[in-house]
Design a protein around this ligand. Structure first.
Ligand SMILES: Cc1ncc(C[n+]2csc(CCOP(=O)(O)OP(=O)(O)O)c2C)c(N)n1
Length: 649
């Protein structure tokens, strides 16, 4: 079943009796329907047991336990194609589809992925991680099946109410509604994104869910529909038409999904596994695109996770009895996470400059935009999972004299590329794009690594692109970006902690396009951009011990480059190493090479960074080592460049 080689280690956590017997969905089908509740209990417990010990996403998978069991019970997976949106809720799916014994390796180096992945299992029909893709992918599969005349094949996209706020989900429904294909969309509505879901769609879904008169009517209609389906297709059609028009009558607005030509069913209780089986069985018989609205509770079955759903989205390891989240005990005060420095600094700047606004597409807690949102609700916005909108909305604000700080994880900014060029850069609008989680992110893996932003931003005219090496630098870059000569400004910084405990340093204006020398040296120059400069500092220390003298420059801005500094570097050094936490093709090192060639220098340059490959999940330290740019690898690369004979001997 597995196409990917996964490390085999011993499973210490044992599943409950029924789950122990399930090695594939085929085994679920052999259960009596009355045993499904027990299977759900075992599955939920197994998720709690494992995530509490090994970490990972939590609340979302607990919320879809019944849905997962019902789906694999009713549908003929993997022939029937099941697509999970985002995929952070697919732990139950993984456990039921042959990965129970490997589940303890979830998200670890060489272990199974935290998201569905085609190379891992035939049950993972589509690789996910970024949201809102399931309807498009499922529709593609459905239309391909139709073309191949596989009339019996079902296609199911499971999408959360958060993911449904993403534009691509609507693009897909717009297409699905005229496709006459066999697609079932399951809307897993728990009113939550990572933070509480936002926007008019959320209000609409609540309206459908809470409309009592509609729900009474719906139940009656559902019964009629069930009965009429026995009398053939035309009776079924009459019943379904009756149902839609009743729905439209009762709801304030006509049904959004019905108006897109998708048959709407529900809302149903997404934790009633028996009812889900019954409903899905019925829906299997109804051809064409349709949507089943399920109401679930994120964190279901683990009281604390139900209560504080944002905290328990991905809590880290915890004590499953007391609910205490395990934090590494540190004896000395620790530097803050970059995201906290961003959040606190933005509020500080916004208090001084009333033109500043904050924008996040669905990551208020993750980016720390929630700090400003709390203090200044009229100036800071969560716009939903809508990266494209976030950037163009920021551009709109900027046309009116505002200075928007639009914070998007590097990996999610990939969604808004055209908006950066078309709406921000060409019009030279002073939008500050703050790219959090730039570089390798660790356990979330390839869908989430912020590997490409230097390359994809560097080629766009009018942008200023900087990366701070520490907390003060981040503050200073954010301060500089709102000064009058700013313009479109990109600031990239990594996931996790910085290096400065006393980080609240006074603001200093940085000269745009100016780097700085960190230390002198004779044998080689190391050029870095951003946080990786700290690895280079460590490498320089190690090199001193073996009498290699390395100069180190923090170039700070990849655009515009500090040409004066680079002239002096290439006039002085015949050997140069560049280090970046980004992909090598087109990245920071490439910029340095372009400079060198354009100005007729001919030093030997070695570039360290993310190679032209997909880097899997693991601890960031492991991944930096694998890619060859942790402190030790920098040291080794310098030795190889400076003393090749030393390496060979
Ligand atoms: C394009 C994109 N932006 C942001 C994210 C980060 N993200 C991961 S899960 C999530 C919330 C998803 O909410 P929902 O679809 O309702 O699923 P739930 O967690 O509630 O089950 C977000 C914003 C993402 N994965 N992809």
């Amino acid at each position: 079943m597995f196409t990917k080689k996964v490390k085999q280690t011993i499973m210490l956590i044992q599943p409950g009796d029924i789950l122990a017997k399930i090695n594939s969905p085929h085994d679920i089908k052999n259960l009596d329907q009355s045993q499904l509740t027990e299977l759900c209990n075992d599955l939920r417990q197994f998720i709690v047991d494992n995530v509490s010990v090994y970490g990972g996403h939590f609340g979302a998978s607990l919320g879809v336990v019944e849905l997962t069991v019902a789906l694999h019970y009713v549908f003929n997976t993997p022939y029937d194609q099941l697509v999970w949106d985002v995929g952070h809720q697919a732990y139950g799916h993984k456990i039921l589809t042959g990965r129970k014994d490997l589940f303890h390796t979830n998200r670890t180096y060489d272990g199974i992925s935290g998201f569905p992945k085609r190379s891992e299992s035939e049950y993972d029909t589509f690789g996910v991680g970024h949201s809102s893709t399931s309807i498009s992918a499922g529709l593609g599969m459905a239309i391909a099946s139709k073309y191949k005349n596989e009339k019996d094949r079902q296609h199911i996209a499971v999408i959360g109410d958060g993911a449904m706020t993403g534009g691509i989900a609507f693009e897909a429904m717009n297409h699905a509604g005229v496709s006459n294909s066999n697609l079932l969309i399951i809307l897993n509505d728990n009113c939550m994104s990572i933070d509480p879901n936002v926007g008019a769609l959320k209000d609409y879904l609540t309206d459908i869910t809470t409309s009592q008169s509609y729900n009474r009517l719906k139940n009656d209609v559902w019964k009629v529909l069930g009965k009429m389906s026995k009398f053939g297709k035309s009776a079924q059609e009459i019943a379904s038409k009756l149902e839609s028009s009743l729905k439209s009558l009762v709801l304030n607005q006509s049904n959004l999904f019905e108006s897109l030509n998708l048959r709407y069913f529900g809302p149903v209780d997404g934790h009633d596994v028996d009812h889900l089986v019954h409903v899905m069985d019925d829906l299997k018989k109804i051809q064409g695109p349709k949507i089943l609205h399920c109401i679930t509770t994120k964190g279901k079955g683990f009281a604390l996770a139900e209560k504080d759903q944002t905290k328990w989205h991905a809590p880290g390891k915890f004590d499953k009895v007391t609910g205490v989240i395990r934090k590494k005990e540190e004896e000395t005060p620790q530097p803050p996470k970059y995201q906290v420095v961003f959040g606190e600094t933005l509020l500080e700047l916004a208090l001084q400059n009333d033109k500043i606004m904050g924008i996040t597409p669905a990551m208020p807690s993750g980016s720390s935009m929630n700090i400003m949102m709390k203090e200044m609700p009229d100036r800071a916005f969560d716009v939903g999972i809508a990266e494209q909108h976030a950037v163009t909305f920021s551009a709109g604000l900027a046309t009116q004299g505002m200075i928007p700080y639009c914070n998007i994880y590097s990996t999610f900014m990939q969604r808004a590329y055209d908006q950066v060029i078309h709406d921000v850069a060409i019009q030279k609008l002073p939008v500050v794009l703050c790219l959090d989680r730039a570089g390798l992110v660790g356990a979330d893996g390839p869908t989430h690594h912020g590997a490409y932003d230097i390359s994809y931003m560097r080629c766009i005219p009018n942008l200023i692109i900087g990366a701070p090496m520490n907390e003060s630098e981040l503050r200073n870059m954010m301060y500089t970006a709102q000064l009058p000569e700013g313009g479109p400004f990109v600031i990239r910084y990594p996931r996790g902690q910085g290096v400065t405990v006393n980080w609240k340093t006074p603001f200093q204006k940085l000269e745009i396009g100016k780097g700085r020398k960190i230390c002198d040296g004779d044998d080689v120059a190391i050029l870095t951009m951003g946080h990786v400069g700290n690895y280079a500092i460590e490498a320089c220390e190690k090199l001193k011990d073996i009498n290699i003298s390395a100069a180190h420059y923090d170039i700070r801005f990849v655009k515009p480059l500090d040409e004066a500094l680079l002239h002096s570097v290439f006039n002085t050094f015949k050997k140069v190493i560049t280090v970046e936490d980004g992909c090598l093709p087109g990245g920071f090192g490439s910029a340095i090479l372009e400079f060198m060639i354009d100005h007729g220098y001919s030093s030997k340059v070695v570039r360290l960074g993310i190679p032209d490959e997909i880097i899997e999940h693991g601890e960031p330290d492991q991944l930096h080592k694998e890619c060859g740019y942790d402190a030790n690898s920098i040291k080794e690369a310098v030795i190889k460049l400076v003393e090749p004979e030393f390496v060979h001997s």
